[in-house]
Design a protein around this ligand. Sequence first.
Ligand SMILES: Nc1ncnc2c1ncn2[C@@H]1O[C@H](COP(=O)(O)OP(=O)(O)OP(=O)(O)O)[C@@H](O)[C@H]1O
Length: 354
Amino acid sequence: MSSNGFHSNASRFANLRSLFSMFSSDLAIDLGTANTLVYAKSKGIVVNEPSIVAINKNTGEVEAVGKEAKEMLGRTPGNIVAIKPMKDGVIADFKVTEKMLNYFIQKAHNRKMLVHPRIVIGVPSEITQVEKRAVMDSAYRAKASEVHLVEQAMVAAIGAGLPITEPSGNMVVDIGGGTTDIAVISLSGIVYSRSVRMAGNQMDEAIMNFLKRKYNLLIGERTAEQIKIELGSAYPLDKPITMEIKGRNLIEGVPKTITIDDSEIRESLGECVATIMNAIRVALERTPPELSADISDRGIVLTGGGAMLKNLDKRIREETGLPVSIADDPLCSVVLGTGKMLSDFKLLRKISIE
Ligand SMILES: Nc1ncnc2c1ncn2[C@@H]1O[C@H](COP(=O)(O)OP(=O)(O)OP(=O)(O)O)[C@@H](O)[C@H]1O
């Protein structure tokens, strides 16, 4: 063979290989109520943005997605609406979810139009058949070649590094934006799982309602979330903290600033935290005794953004008497666990829920 022939064969091979890798750029997605994260095989997390889309009402065109759209939340002019297409962990607005998914998939692939990835998506455990279909159809329409669904709590446990393939009990509580997913896992199987529609978003709403009721102060969603993150807690703090809050007085109709402390916000979150505590208690009651013994040794692992609510771990420890730990990177546990499935098809087949 001439050296030219060799070179052209070699370069053809290289082209084929790069074409193949382009087509095999599989993705793992945590399609969350609050945030969508995308993990690309061999690259890691390539998208981590709020699940928000800004749409121009006149043209129907997407104006912005993710971080840029979040900036617009509550500040849009009349012709633009900022939409959160996911509610309670599932699709509330099919069309907008599809647009968002399509945008993030293109972004993950640097806008190479020809890519048809296999996609693994983490969904809440109590998702209905109709909701499952909707998630899958959105991914297929966003040009996926294959779509697999996995339970968020299962992949959160994998992402948090729990030894889920061993014959011993592991308990994970994933507190996201729309749902809290609780699971007891052993031998790669879910022994018990429950998804309650009580998580970060409902905490934001509780703060908004509390300030409206007690101080006649109207605040936006973004401010409520900031208050929760800075001041919110589930158990008394060692050092009390206060915060200045700006909003609109409902009676006078003018901007107003008030100062509140952590105890008031803890009180406003009381019902939300109690609902999560109750779901954990029920999960512990329904766990078979052998696995209960494992859990009392290993404890409960918390994942999801809500796991970072101040002293939530302490509150769960106090009320259950069990060891409680927070995953190293709670906001990324689901996508990291889902990402691991891209190179472990045997485990994926076992845990896939379609
Ligand atoms: N430090 C913090 N304290 C309390 N809550 C927090 C903190 N940081 C983030 N959060 C909350 O975590 C939530 C987002 O968590 P996450 O990204 O895990 O949810 P998600 O996957 O989008 O939702 P879901 O799993 O319900 O679909 C938001 O409600 C956010 O306000």
